[in-house]
Design a protein around this ligand. Structure first.
Ligand code: SAH
Length: 224
């Protein structure tokens, strides 16, 4: 890494601090994961700016501040098994992989999922299992093996009214789900903590703008 890249990284981390991110594990993961390895060449010069960027198929890599706030909201421990819905380019996945035991991640656009998996290989991130499927249904049983329930669940696309029931069901008692909820223009990032009796303590974290959570695997011709 050259000195200029180093400066850009440090500037972004300092910016996240001034915007209220205090968890030092989250900040150091964001300093270590090379965001430039996740964005298309055309926007490479903006890789370390605090802005969302296009990643193809009408989707975006989330703004670093939002990635940091969502990660902080999960209160991760290195023993956690995490489910992520909406792999996209895999940047948020890589941050989670640094801070948890294992990450299971689902993307409905097959080409995005394949590219993300290649990046995980290149970056030698070995604790990620990636799948092309409809994440609204939760993590499926594969060869009779059930990975649910999860300690933490993160959804990086917006649910229109409430989190999908299958995801609420796959959260462990005591576990936390972070998910944007609401129609376009009125989305709120929310945290759902599951109580031992199966009820939820719900908190608003910040207003956000996400692409919608959509059902089924995306068709080839679908752009968004
Ligand atoms: N964390 C990603 C965000 C990508 S945008 C990143 O920073 O790159 C949200 C992603 O959620 C899109 O790639 C979209 O295709 C995906 N998505 C939407 N609905 C989905 C569903 N039901 N299952 C899996 N992925 C979904």
């Amino acid at each position: 890494m050259n000195a200029q890249d180093m400066n850009k990284r440090i500037r972004l981390i300092m910016h996240l601090r001034t915007r209220g991110i205090t968890d030092t594990n989250v900040l150091s993961a964001m300093e270590r994961v090379p965001r430039d390895a996740f964005v298309p060449r055309e926007v490479l010069d903006q890789a370390w700016e605090d802005t969302a960027l296009p990643i193809g198929r009408g989707q975006t890599i989330s703004q670093p501040l939002v990635v940091a706030a969502m990660t902080e909201g999960l209160k991760l421990s290195d023993r956690d098994k995490v489910l992520e819905i909406g792999t996209g380019c895999g940047y948020q996945t890589a941050i989670l992989a640094h801070l948890s035991r294992r990450v299971y991640t689902i993307e409905r656009h097959v080409p995005l999922q394949k590219d993300a998996e290649k990046r995980f290989d290149q970056l030698k991130l070995r604790n990620i299992t990636a799948l092309a499927a409809d994440g609204m249904k939760g993590w499926p049983k594969i060869n009779g093996i059930d990975q649910a329930p999860f300690d933490k669940i993160i959804v990086t696309a917006a649910a229109s009214a409430a989190p999908p029931q299958a995801l609420l069901d796959q959260l462990k008692p005591g576990g936390i789900m972070v998910i944007p909820v609401g129609p376009p223009g009125e989305q709120m990032l929310k945290s759902y903590q599951k109580n031992e009796d199966g009820s939820f303590a719900i908190k608003d974290l910040m207003p956000v703008r996400f692409v919608p959570l959509l059902p089924d695997i995306a068709k080839d011709e679908e752009a968004a």
